[in-house]
Design a protein around this ligand. Structure first.
Ligand SMILES: CSC[C@@H](O)[C@@H](O)C(=O)COP(=O)(O)O
Length: 358
């Protein structure tokens, strides 16, 4: 399985997802500006992968600092604030940056009073790198557990021919995390157990994460997949080609409303219409108990060019007005269950999410 984020001797190596599916290219990120740009341009994308990449970005932004302790912490805060402006919707970005801030503060407090600034700064830098590397391992383990919980929900949906048929939107597979993915984790865990799947991948306009990335990784992992244009999902459901929808999320509000790639809301409405379960897979780090409802989730607005020039050629007239929100919010009442690493939350509510998330 391809790894999206890794640490080399002195750089954070990212799989450049803007080049998929035709080129498998890696880029070495050596400072926080390059990391900001990589997150903004979707070189690294998907909520959990963005979080881990940002954690490395924090380290890269301070690693060459030399000076006194107070200016060091000023610099650290500046780097954290800067990285937090790269994308607004995936809460994992802020979760990872805040974790790095805490690690730095706690490491600074843990030293003896007579420790030199130089030694304290070296210790904090080492802790920041170690924490980012730890997040790589944690993400893989968390996604694996999401897969194990999710497969229990999917197995009863096996058709008479032994195949579990699903529809997914955008990419919440291994390429959106460090390795297993969230929405696709149950598929990979199921395949390991000898189960059979067929996944319909919405192409996911405008940036085509479904056809470029989900289809690519499913094919690479030997999972039968069919790409459909986004406007074909209703027909696929009506023809009984899928038994469930499973997607990832960038942020779950306290009441269970779910932000995910634009178009997810429409798929959830369709699933309700056809009586198909709509599952959301998410690490608990994607649950934001500080926002009461999904209306409060910041939604990223992206460049009109993605809509008008997205396919390598101009597909709309010059000067036309364009609306390009990158995410939408699916209300909790359309969510059958949220699958986390700590277990499954059916019909999510603030109470049930609090028990799982905190
Ligand atoms: C496991 S990732 C879940 C989401 O981050 C994913 O579904 C998604 O919407 C990604 O959007 P992207 O804009 O490609 O970062």
């Amino acid at each position: 399985m391809l790894q999206t984020v890794r640490w080399t001797d002195n750089a954070c190596r990212l799989l450049d997802q803007t080049k998929l599916p035709t080129e498998t290219v890696y880029v070495d990120i050596v400072d926080e500006r390059q990391m900001w740009d990589a997150i903004k341009r979707l070189v690294v994308r998907g909520a959990p992968a963005i979080g881990v990449a940002a954690a490395f970005g924090v380290y890269l932004g301070v690693r060459s600092f030399s000076g006194e302790l107070l200016p060091f912490y000023d610099r650290l805060n500046e780097v954290c604030d800067y990285l937090a402006t790269s994308r607004p919707t995936a809460v994992n970005l802020f979760w990872a940056i805040d974790r790095q801030r805490r690690v730095a503060r706690d490491a600074g407090r843990s030293v003896r009073a007579d420790t030199s600034d130089e030694h304290t700064i070296a210790l904090v830098k080492a802790k920041l790198l170690a924490t980012a590397r730890q997040m790589l391992d944690e993400d893989t383990a968390i996604c694996r557990r999401i897969g194990e919980h999710g497969i229990e929900l999917l197995m009863p949906l096996t058709a008479a021919d032994g195949v579990i048929r699903l529809l997914t939107h955008c990419n919440a597979g291994g390429l959106a995390t460090v390795q297993y993915g969230t929405a696709l984790a149950p598929v990979y865990v199921g395949v390991e157990r000898g189960l059979k799947f067929h996944v319909y991948a919405d192409e996911t306009r405008p940036l085509l994460q479904g056809s470029r990335i989900t289809a690519y990784e499913l094919q690479a992992n030997g999972v039968p997949a069919t790409v459909i244009c986004d406007n074909m999902a209703a027909t696929v459901m009506r023809q009984d080609k899928v038994k469930a929808v499973i997607v990832g999320t960038d942020r779950v509000a306290a009441n269970g409303d779910v932000a995910n790639k634009i178009g997810t809301f429409g798929v959830a409405i369709l699933a309700k219409h056809f009586g198909i379960p709509f599952f959301v897979a998410a690490p608990t780090s994607s649950i934001d108990m500080s926002l009461a409802t999904g209306d409060l989730i910041p939604i990223e607005a992206r460049s009109p060019d993605e809509v008008t020039h997205g396919m390598g050629r101009q597909t709309a007239p010059d000067g036309i007005d364009v609306y390009n929100p990158a995410f939408d919010v699916t209300p909790a009442e359309l969510v059958t269950a949220i699958i986390t690493e700590r277990g499954v939350v059916k019909n999510p509510t603030t109470e049930s999410l609090r028990l799982t998330a905190l």
